[in-house]
Design a binder for this molecule. Structure first.
Ligand code: PLP
Length: 379
């Protein structure tokens, strides 16, 4: 069966050019970058070059880039590491109401350790409420976390305005840029920023936490002296080289990729929104070019997703199915979209999708959604 991959917000395929860049570090230059011998030094040089490359593209210093195992670890580190290292400033933390579970669960953990965590409300269009943020900020707020772009509805957050409000109060600003980084220029006004390689056609299992100069951070991974003694663990050279290559391709090709993906997404939207009982979730303009989150009125999102899956369409429902029970999407609930929360599906497009795929999927969906026709025996 032909498969249609419209789930790039979940993960992207590895770019062949990235694989080529990684191969020597999987097969020949496999030594531990911490080893002092010639082969170790060669691997160490590759890691240094990868870090320099990423830092240059971010407009940061190489020592501000810490490699992690991905976005989840970087989010955990940002929240827990910053909260622990800056507790003399206060124990009040603000996170947006629709953060990724990596941020949400880290904040819940901190709450159990005696921190006070409050949620910044999100408007119905999927944008954080700035007026509410202003009134929630306090003298003892140590950290504020707002993602750069939401992973379900793709809405892009007003980072510059948020950073200004947070910094006026003297708190630290952390943004989870895991979804945004492949599509948007890096935001340079955050104290902490996380991103992940596998969302931008790089390998899985590697990401980064970017930490501004002077920002105090507690180490979470105790072990060796890697990552300037802040994160122990053998450095995965090939993954880091691949991550750096993928990020440099994403930056160099950003304009072309975005133009192409936006045009595919808009073609899809035109078709799908012409079907009765459908609507777009989240702001129509302030959203990632790759994202279309669609409400299918009166349908169960998980059941529809299963139907799509059987027809070869790979997409995602924000509502999660655990032990047979379907939980509504926490993102849509945060936006006050109760009806939509169990009846919506995220389609996320990538640089290698085609117009033909869009048209074929639209036609499959139209057939799947059309009411079952019963045969009229008498006719
Ligand atoms: N943050 C956001 C916004 C995400 O979308 C994801 C993954 O979907 C993560 C964090 C976790 O990243 P990783 O899969 O690299 O652990």
């Amino acid at each position: 069966m032909k498969r249609y991959y419209f789930d790039h917000a979940a993960t992207t395929p590895l770019d062949r050019r990235v694989l080529e860049a990684m191969m020597p570090y999987l097969t020949e230059c496999y030594a531990n970058p911490s080893s002092s011998h010639a082969m170790g030094r060669e691997a160490c040089r590759a890691v240094d070059e990868a870090r320099d490359g990423i830092a240059r593209l971010l407009g940061r210093k190489p020592k501000e880039v810490y490699f992690t195992s991905g976005g989840t670890e970087a989010d955990n580190w940002a929240l827990k590491g910053a909260a622990l290292a800056n507790r003399e400033r206060g124990r009040h933390i603000l996170i947006s109401a629709f953060e990724h579970p990596a941020v949400f669960e880290s904040a819940s953990f901190l709450q159990k350790q005696g921190y006070e965590v409050e949620l910044i409300p999100v408007r119905a269009d999927g944008i954080v409420d700035l007026t509410a943020l202003s009134s929630l900020l306090r003298e003892d707020t140590c950290l504020v976390a707002v993602m750069s772009a939401n992973n379900e509805v793709g809405t892009i957050q007003p980072l510059a305005e948020i950073a200004t409000l947070v910094h006026e109060k003297g708190a630290l600003f952390f943004t989870d840029a895991v979804q945004a980084m492949g599509e948007l220029p890096a935001f340079d006004g955050a104290d902490l920023l996380s991103f992940s390689s596998h969302k931008l056609y790089g390998p899985k299992g590697v990401g980064a936490l970017v930490v501004g100069g002077g920002v105090k951070l507690e180490r979470l991974h105790h072990g060796g002296m890697q990552e300037r003694s802040l994160r122990g663990g053998t450095t995965p050279t090939a993954q880091i080289v691949g991550f750096s290559k993928a990020f440099s391709l994403a930056c160099a090709e950003r304009e072309d990729r975005t133009k192409r993906v936006r045009s595919l997404r808009d073609r899809f939207l035109k078709g799908i929104l012409s079907l009765p009982g459908t609507a777009l979730n989240g702001d129509g303009e302030k959203r990632l070019a790759s994202n279309a989150n669609i409400f299918f009125e009166g349908r169960n999102g998980q059941a529809l997703l299963n139907k799509f899956d059987l027809a070869g369409i790979c997409a995602s429902a924000g509502s999660a199915c655990t032990s047979g029970a379907v939980h509504p999407s926490h993102t849509l609930l945060a936006m006050g979209k109760e009806k939509e929360a169990s009846s919506s599906i995220r389609f996320s497009f990538g640089k290698d999708n085609t117009e033909t795929e869009i048209d074929e999927v639209l036609s499959i969906i139209e057939t799947l959604l059309s009411p079952v026709r019963t045969k009229n025996i008498s006719s």
